[in-house]
Design a protein around this ligand. Structure first.
Ligand code: HEM
Length: 509
């Protein structure tokens, strides 16, 4: 009798079914081991809830899911078990009451490769090394004194921008690009002492990197399936980016080291140091409890550049977008700036302290468009109970700051742009009000709030002082497209194009 072999599609179907049964069994075992997981949407084999997230923008999809399943929700992202936090009350539980249990970050491939094995601040695991980095940030790199010391860099760079764009009066200006260039230049000069040589290559590498750092990349969703990292080409791509950035950073460090040797007398002079100088001084000082190698310095440089530049340009871009859509706010904020500056040639940093309405406008924009809508992910480092649910070790924690900032339980007319809601000054950036956490909260809160505020406020004040603005192509304010892009930082999907009309102080000169 002749043996009949089943056809290829039948074999594939049988293998797939077997695989699904194994997966299902494995998952139900896991579930029974932690039967008190928070509720969540039904999961598909292998991909879990990925299909529900990636059709739109993850922070939007997660908000919709949370409306059905609650503000503490369990989801499965491929192999990764995650909880999603979508209310101020639960955020407080995670980032205050149980902050120590959630102070770790999950490892993602981008940070592992580009950040020299998670040696930067943002992704280094909780422990002595991370605590040392935070102390360095507070006392040295991002202290109020250091941020003030970069005031002249900010003033010069913003004046350069004003001079550049004034020549383009009447024509359509790509504001997204101009703003990005500005924050890159300010951050480069503060961090590296000058504009990054090879800055185009550097910026395109950073761009690529941010796209891959959403935490929803195949490699991060199936971290143990190493073959996927190779097949998808992500690992090779990241290694190439890493080499590019590493070469640029090596040059910068070499130049700084040579300068330090030649200007020996000034080694202990802390005035006028850029951030690389500070890191090299600390490395040489021999007082660090966890010593620094050159890779540690490079990892911190990358963190500061990305955190400082991308988030701030995104914030400025959204402020310009929101106020152009809201002529009442535009008029009010411009009158404030023009009244305070009162005919002087330029806005200087001291003027900014008096711009209370501008600060309310920025706060409102960060409520509606937090540059990192899902903050940076956290990871559970010790088993913890929240609202009667059990959160196992290694669970990824996603805090939807975007959804929390639009929660009607805390915000009246939550979707509308009303800067006056911040008028009484009771809600700030310090992570004490959990309904407003664009900079995060708890031990991992952003250490760059002062640096960030300074780099956002002055450019806006100058742009609003010197020019009136209108949309290109005869677009009406309400027609401006406000779609966000996908990635770790939610920029505008399409660049913002505006036309400027010079305001009299410059015209008079
Ligand atoms: C609009 C500006 C900015 C926003 C909205 C922002 C937002 C954030 C958020 C949400 C986090 C995560 C907090 C958490 O997990 O609770 C973070 C972390 C961080 N930010 Fe910022 N940031 C901004 C500007 C800056 C600047 C200017 C710097 C430095 C120059 C900076 C440096 C960092 C660093 C190093 C971390 C990691 C902290 C850690 O994990 O310990 N940020 N930022």
């Amino acid at each position: 009798m002749e043996l009949q072999f089943p056809s290829f599609p039948i074999i594939c179907t049988i293998i797939l079914l077997l695989f699904m049964v194994v997966m299902k069994t494995k998952r139900s075992q896991t579930r029974s081991a932690c039967s008190k997981l928070p509720p969540g949407p039904l999961k598909l084999p292998i991909i879990g809830n990925l299909h529900q997230l990636l059709l739109g923008l993850p922070h939007h999809s997660l908000k919709d899911l949370a409306q059905k399943h609650g503000p503490l929700m369990h989801i499965q992202l491929g192999d990764v078990s995650a909880i999603v936090i979508s209310s101020a009350t639960v955020a407080k539980e995670v980032m205050k009451t149980h902050d120590l249990s959630f102070v770790d970050r999950p490892t993602i491939l981008v940070s592992q490769i580009l950040s020299y094995g998670n040696k930067g601040i943002a992704f280094s695991p909780y422990g002595d090394y991370w605590r040392q980095l935070r102390k360095i940030c507070t006392l040295e790199l991002l202290s109020a004194k250091r941020v003030r010391s970069f005031g002249s860099i900010r003033e010069d760079e913003v004046s350069n921008l004003i001079q550049r764009i004034i020549l383009m009066g009447g024509s359509s200006i790509n504001m997204s690009e101009s703003i990005r260039l500005l924050t890159n230049e300010i951050t480069s000069k503060a961090a590296f002492g000058k504009q990054c040589k090879d800055s185009q290559a550097f910026l395109s590498a950073v761009d690529e990197m941010l796209k891959m750092a959403s935490g929803f990349d195949l490699c991060d969703i199936f971290p143990s399936r190493k073959y996927l990292h190779v097949i998808g080409g992500t690992k090779q791509k990241l290694e190439k980016l890493h080499q590019k950035i590493d070469m640029i950073f090596s040059d910068i460090i070499k130049e700084h080291t040579e300068n330090r040797t030649t200007s020996n007398a000034d080694i202990d002079d802390e005035c006028g140091e850029d951030l690389v100088d500070v890191l090299l001084r600390l490395q040489d000082g021999g007082k660090l409890s966890v010593p620094f190698a050159t890779d540690n310095i490079k990892a911190v440089m990358l963190d500061i550049f990305i955190a400082g530049s991308e988030t701030s340009s995104t914030a400025i871009e959204w402020v310009m977008s929101e106020i152009i859509r809201n002529p009442r706010v535009m008029k009010k904020v411009q009158s404030e700036v023009r009244q305070v500056v009162n005919g002087k040639r330029n806005v200087v940093e001291v003027d900014v302290h008096e711009l209370n309405y501008l600060k309310q406008v920025i706060k409102e924009v960060l409520r509606l468009h937090p540059p990192g809508p899902l903050l940076l992910p956290r990871e559970c480092r010790e088993k913890c109970e929240i609202n009667g649910y059990e959160i196992p070790v290694k669970t990824k924690v996603i805090v939807n700051a975007w959804a929390i900032g639009r929660d009607p339980e805390h915000w009246r007319n939550a979707e509308s742009f009303e800067p006056e809601r911040f008028e009484d000054g009771s809600v700030g950036y310090n992570g004490m009000n959990f309904e407003y956490i664009p900079f995060g909260a708890g031990r991992r809160i952003c250490p760059g709030i002062l640096f960030g505020a300074a780099i956002i406020e002055l450019p806006l004040a100058q742009l609003l002082y010197h020019f009136d603005w209108k949309l290109s192509d005869g677009l009406k304010p309400e027609e401006l497209d406000m779609t966000e892009s996908f990635g770790a930082v939610a920029r505008r999907k399409n660049d913002l194009y505006l036309i400027l009309i010079p305001y009299s102080p410059l015209a008079v000169e």
